[in-house]
Ligand binder design. Structure first.
Ligand code: FA5
Ligand code: MG
Length: 418
């Protein structure tokens, strides 16, 4: 999305990610900074708080669901490549062509065929197709978003799927059925069950899903945790809910879930099972559990951070103690958007800052915007707050970075610095 009026930076025809090479095209919007994060696997690093939360959730599933031989029922996939096709991330999940979540301003596209997964749900269909009925997926996910203490372009999710046959849901002697009709057409969005499901199958699945997740919330936050269910919609579940827990005087959304849309299953050849699924964010839970104030800290390689999470028992309470608070450096940048201002989106600017300043950019805020009454040109003013997490930044150092941001914004986004 380069403005036609600006000088195009010299781009190579291909881009290398995790030692694989991809062709660039008009969809490519992944930056080097983001590409460099695809091999970090924070969720697999020993003692890392993201890894601790992963282990606690996996253990909860291992002990809650056992097969007849008393072995864990769920298998875990935590090492799948984050590079997925548009089919995996969207089509297999019935996400419509015109759904906003597909937009270039929200996703990191490698090209028209591949992107960095925006949710771990991207692997759901392929694992079901491989014959699995009960599984967890854990991994890094990528979304273009604002920059503040709770948002980072990479975070980690854990997804679960559980499929049940009629015999597993009701017992083999029962006359009860899973399906009322083969009409899998459903009007998405409503809070009601899908027409093809019998009321009894639906109710039992809803009950198991919700008791499993309330049990998980109690396991993580303690038996006294206050929670509530909020109706929501996903293209791949119906009905759908979010679970919120009350923490530090506010309701926090920790996951989305629902009864899997039956046509998603029939599309991949499964016609005798009903399923539930959910997806949760590991950072949010870790920030609550360990009082971690800033999402950038998860990427810290400082031993003063990781050492605080060493423990022999996953359930030992840990309270993160800030290594120190270094001062912020605040710089504003104002510019005119390109003539054709639809070519510009704020997320492009956020990525540009992230690419240049890395984790030194603590926040980028759009503080002012206006349209010139005569020329109709639009102006944006952003406030960039720079701060190092482990030392004091010098003025000279910040000025240099900020200048670099100004030049790059001019050259790459076609804006005119005011
Ligand atoms: C999804 O990603 C769905 N794939 C979840 C799902 C799976 C629903 C299977 C039904 C069945 P959502 O975008 O709401 O939904 O993200 C799920 C969770 O990820 C959120 O509840 C939140 O805990 C976490 N999350 C989402 N966005 C962010 C973010 N920017 N930073 C940190 N955590 C986030
Ligand atoms: Mg949500």
């Amino acid at each position: 999305r380069w403005s036609s009026t600006s000088a195009k930076p010299q781009l190579t025809e291909t881009i290398a990610i995790n030692s694989k090479t991809f062709k660039r095209d008009d969809y490519t919007n992944i930056t080097d900074k983001i590409a460099s994060l695809t091999q970090k696997n924070l969720h697999l690093i020993q003692n890392h708080p993201i890894s601790l939360v992963r282990q606690r959730i996996v253990n909860y599933f291992y002990k809650s669901f056992l097969n007849s031989r008393r072995n864990p029922l769920f298998s875990v996939y935590d090492n799948l490549s984050p590079i997925v096709t548009l089919t995996q991330n969207f089509d297999s999940l019935l996400i419509p062509e015109d759904h906003p979540s597909r937009s270039k301003s929200d996703c990191y596209y490698i090209n028209r065929e591949y992107l960095l997964r925006a949710h771990t749900t991207a692997h759901q269909s392929e694992l079901i197709k491989a014959g699995l009925d009960n599984f967890l997926i854990v991994g890094d996910v990528y979304r273009r978003d604002e920059i503040d203490s709770k948002h980072y372009p990479v975070f980690h999710q854990l997804d679960a799927v559980r499929l049940k046959t009629k015999d597993q849901l009701f017992s083999s002697e029962s006359d009860l059925k899973l399906f009322d009709c083969d009409d899998t057409a459903c009007i998405p969005g409503g809070p009601s069950k899908q027409r093809c499901h019998t009321l009894e199958a639906f109710k039992l699945m809803e009950h198991e899903l919700k008791t499993t997740l309330v049990g998980l919330a109690k396991e993580l936050f303690g038996n006294q945790v206050q929670y509530r269910w909020v109706d929501t919609t996903f293209p791949f579940t119906q009905p759908s809910w979010e679970l919120e827990v009350y923490h530090n005087n506010e309701w926090l959304e920790i996951l989305g879930c629902g009864i899997m849309v039956q046509s998603l299953l029939t599309n991949i050849g499964v016609d005798n099972r009903i399923g539930w699924a959910f997806g949760l964010g590991l950072e949010r839970i870790a920030m609550c559990l360990y009082s971690i104030p800033d999402i950038r800290l998860f990427w810290s390689t400082d031993s003063g951070f990781l050492n605080q999470f060493k423990n022999d028992n996953l359930k030992t309470p840990i309270v993160y103690k800030p290594i120190s608070q270094y001062p912020q450096c605040i710089h504003d940048i104002s510019f005119w958007l390109p003539e054709e201002d639809s070519l510009f989106c704020s997320n492009d600017f956020y990525d540009l800052v992230r690419n240049i300043a890395g984790d030194l950019a603590e926040q980028v805020l759009l503080v002012d915007q206006f349209t010139h009454p005569k020329s109709k040109k639009k102006s944006h003013c952003y406030r960039i707050i720079y701060r190092h997490m482990e030392r004091t930044l010098t003025n000279a150092e910040v000025n240099k970075i900020h200048q670099h941001v100004e030049h790059a914004a001019r050259d790459q986004l076609g804006v005119t610095i005011r």
